[in-house]
Design a protein around this ligand. Sequence first.
Ligand code: GUN
Length: 311
Amino acid sequence: MAALDIGPGDFCEEHVISGKKLAKRLRQEIAAEVERLTELHGVPPKLVTIIVGEDPGSKMYVRMKHRACKRVGILSEGYQLPENTTQDELLRLIARLNQDATVHGILVQLPLPKHIDEETVISAIDPEKDVDGFSPRNIYRLFYGGELLTAATPQGIAMILDSLGVDLDGMHAVIVNRSTIVGKPLIMLLLNRNMTVTVCHSHTRDLPSITRQADVLITAVGRRKSDEDPYFITADMVKDGAIVIDVATPHGDCDFEAIKCKASYITPVPGGVGPMTITMLLRNVLAAYSFQLAQTNVLTTYAIDYGSYVS
Ligand code: GUN
């Protein structure tokens, strides 16, 4: 995809970063590219999602993913499997989708029921179709700086930071989260931008003394501290002029109104990181599709060349 034509901080108003506006702009770019490539290749990109069980949250997120696909011209298809689906049945479905050349992206919504091993299932997805970026091959690529398909939320956070036009090189980033979906991939994305990265979690001692050192503070705790004192991140925990990215949903971790006065930039909840996450999934589907079709075209060319020598 062509580089975005955006100026530093184009998506900010009074220190508040609008992930919603940035996402809207990116989705327009994605839709245009989907249209161009569909015309070029004669087949549209296609995402297949799989849910096992009846988790209402998973169903809602997956519905949002399908809706977003439709809006940018990506085909999507969903498998809703019963809770008692066996791991073997799920692996057989994934093997079939891996082989299906009309399917460019496969997404197994997490969490899976307890009797299914997530790692085994994720590892079974063809890495070139792994639009979540969770498979070992894509983690390895991220580790070595050759990102192809990277987890959507960390990628959205990195894109927000890039959109600010701030020189991130050498800045101290503090991440309050160590999950495999957010915190761990984010470490690599920020290291790949030459940032100094500290990771905090539930066992961290004296969290405020660490968050106060952050030039960029990224927080994704995602639950209220207590009824009287709901915010994990209060204004006294933030350095003057810091960039604050609040990933938590449905309620932010940050005391937004108080921190807004101190931070150079801050993301709101909702309307900050949230809209960027699904946008990055769309971007991954487009990247997977482009990558797969480029490979197909190379193979087709070889086949034709080979044929012409044989005859
Ligand atoms: N469950 C919560 N977040 C995600 C995500 O980003 N991808 C998948 N597949 N499942 C999730």
